[in-house]
Design a protein around this ligand. Structure first.
Ligand SMILES: O[C@H]1[C@H](O)[C@@H](O)[C@H](O)[C@@H](O)[C@@H]1O
Length: 535
């Protein structure tokens, strides 16, 4: 045997023994339950995932059309909207989303995953009608808020439902798939918005009204989807859960389905009452008093905050205003570049996130975001803008405007291939016993930081100048990058018990690196054929 082969064999043996020890600590039920995961999943799982992701699409559509509506709405609501009125109608949807997400999180365990989705469909339709038929600001504002309730509810429940219905081996990707539906919704919203912008009159109403159709389709298709097996088991409806599992895994045996049901029962038991009143308080207390748990929740929330405070949604919500400001003639059409890049790179994330891991991707992309924002900030300095009126003082903008556009495209590419999706995957860091409350804190972090950005952008552009505003976002991204470098552990492919150990060691960056190295050696050894226990 060559020296290299001998070394590899030694590593393999060590890792093998370690793995066997770890496997011994897992219950037989978990291992048996894994058998069902190795049987082929039917098309039903994908059909259900695609149906539910219409909810993600609506989240995208209803947050995406505001950019074109703001520049085409004119005096339709009785007068030209002032800066603060524009900020109000934009951020009211984020405010509604905050309320909707908390509501959905609270009722989903009690009434099931489908109920908050039906509720979201209803408010999507009502909010859309209110906006499309508005001739006064208050009605339009209420419509924006009502639609926001649906956005928050969909953002909270759809990824959860999809993850519960999908085979375990696809779970990382399904979150990315749901996020891709969000970006598709935003792309279609800006494309329709740009199309209607060419039509005279009040065509913006058409852009808004189209958003009323998908919720009706979603509500109809949802009737054919089963409830999540986890939800059925939690309510003692194991026969229905068995039927649902058979639909998803048609070649499974009754024994493997029973094992899966027992394993889900055991995990529900671990979380019992995590949303019961007394436990909300207990879990919250545990997050703030157990340092390791606190660090895990903090890490997830920090990445979510960076994803929002880094300024992406200023581009999503105000891109047409911004491109008009720097002198592009057809601003709504150019805005499609932002949502198109966002969509394309969300697919890049879907392909790369499980291969390269979260930390490696964040290290490159968050730095990229900071640099792009910095160059955009400097370029703005050379564009003649009157910051009082946010209008150009001369028609000649030239290269700085083009550089701003290039920086924005690169920024969006970095954002979308990195922190956009990884912020939603971040709940994998939160231990099961506080997962429900931790996820809720994460969601609240998302929408409250989103409100800050969406309600201050235009005022910041006026008060701090565009250079100051973009410099500020660059600063946030830089702080985010430092956080990633020092505090974000790589938890790709880690079982929950190992993630728990990671945060026992500070933020566990070094420990997680070591674990990933061993895991890679184990996988290599496994691939050589000598180690084989079916994982
Ligand atoms: O484009 C969206 C963005 O508008 C959301 O704020 C973010 O949470 C999503 O991850 C992203 O895909």
């Amino acid at each position: 045997m060559s020296v290299d082969n001998k070394k590899l064999k030694d590593v393999k043996d060590d890792v093998f023994i370690d793995r066997i020890e770890k496997l011994d600590t897992l219950s037989d039920e978990h291992i048996e339950a894994d058998h069902i995961e190795s049987t082929a999943a039917s098309k039903a799982a994908w059909l259900i995932a695609m149906t539910v992701s219409i909810g993600g699409f609506l989240f995208g559509y209803d947050t995406g059309y505001i950019s074109s509506v703001l520049v085409t709405i004119g005096t339709s609501l009785g007068h030209e909207l002032s800066t603060s009125e524009q900020e109000l109608v934009t951020s009211l949807t984020s405010g509604g989303a905050l309320v909707g997400a908390v509501f959905a999180g609270l009722v989903a365990d009690k009434y099931g995953r489908k109920m908050p989705i039906y509720a979201a469909c209803a408010v999507f339709v009502i909010g859309t009608l209110l906006q499309a038929a508005a001739f006064h600001l208050p009605q339009f504002a209420v419509g924006r808020f009502v639609v926001g309730l649906g956005v928050g509810s969909a953002a909270c429940i759809c990824p959860l439902f999809i993850a519960e219905i999908s085979p375990m081996r696809y779970r990382g990707r399904v979150v990315a798939f749901n996020n891709m539906s969000v970006t598709l919704g935003q792309l279609i919203a800006s494309a329709i918005g740009a199309g209607f912008a060419q039509v005279q009159g009040e065509a913006w109403r058409g852009t808004v009204a189209i958003g009323g159709l998908p919720p009706i389709v979603l509500a109809i298709l949802l009737m054919f989807c089963p409830e999540s097996p986890r939800q059925l088991i939690a309510h003692g409806r194991t026969e229905l859960a068995d039927a649902c599992l058979l639909k998803i895994y048609p070649t499974s045996t009754p024994e493997t389905r029973q094992a899966k049901i027992r394993s889900i029962e055991a995990s529900i038991h671990e979380n019992t009452g995590s949303l019961a009143d007394e436990s909300i308080w207990k879990s919250t207390k545990r997050i703030f008093t157990t340092p390791a748990t606190g660090r895990a929740v903090l890490t997830a929330c920090a990445i979510m905050a960076i994803s929002q405070l880094g300024g992406f949604n200023t581009l999503m919500y105000y891109s047409a205003t911004l491109f008009g400001l720097v002198g592009f003639a057809n601003a709504t059409a150019i805005a499609i570049v932002v949502s198109g890049t966002n969509f394309l790179f969300s697919i890049v994330n879907l392909v790369l996130v499980d291969r390269f891991g979260r930390r490696a991707i964040l290290k490159v992309t968050v730095l990229g975001m900071a640099i792009c924002m910095l160059i955009a900030a400097v370029s703005f300095h050379y564009i003649p803008i009157n910051t009082k009126t946010l209008e150009l003082t001369s028609d000649v903008t030239g290269w700085p405007a083009v550089l701003v556009l290039v920086c924005i495209i690169c920024y969006v590419a970095f954002f979308s291939s990195g922190v956009a999706t990884i912020a939603w995957i971040g709940t994998e860091l939160i231990p099961t016993e506080v997962r429900a409350v931790g996820t809720m804190i994460n969601t609240v972090t998302c929408w409250s930081t989103n409100i800050i950005v969406s309600s201050t952008f235009l005022s910041m552009m006026k008060g701090l100048t565009p250079t100051g505003a973009f410099g500020f976002y660059s600063g946030i991204c830089t702080i985010g990058w430092i956080f990633v470098m020092f505090c974000y552990p790589e938890c790709k492919g880690m079982p929950l018990e190992v993630i728990r150990e990671v945060f026992q060691r500070g933020f566990g960056v070094g420990y997680s690196k070591q674990w990933q190295k061993e895991n890679a050696a184990f996988a290599k050894a496994n691939a050589m054929g000598n180690v084989n226990f079916g994982h």
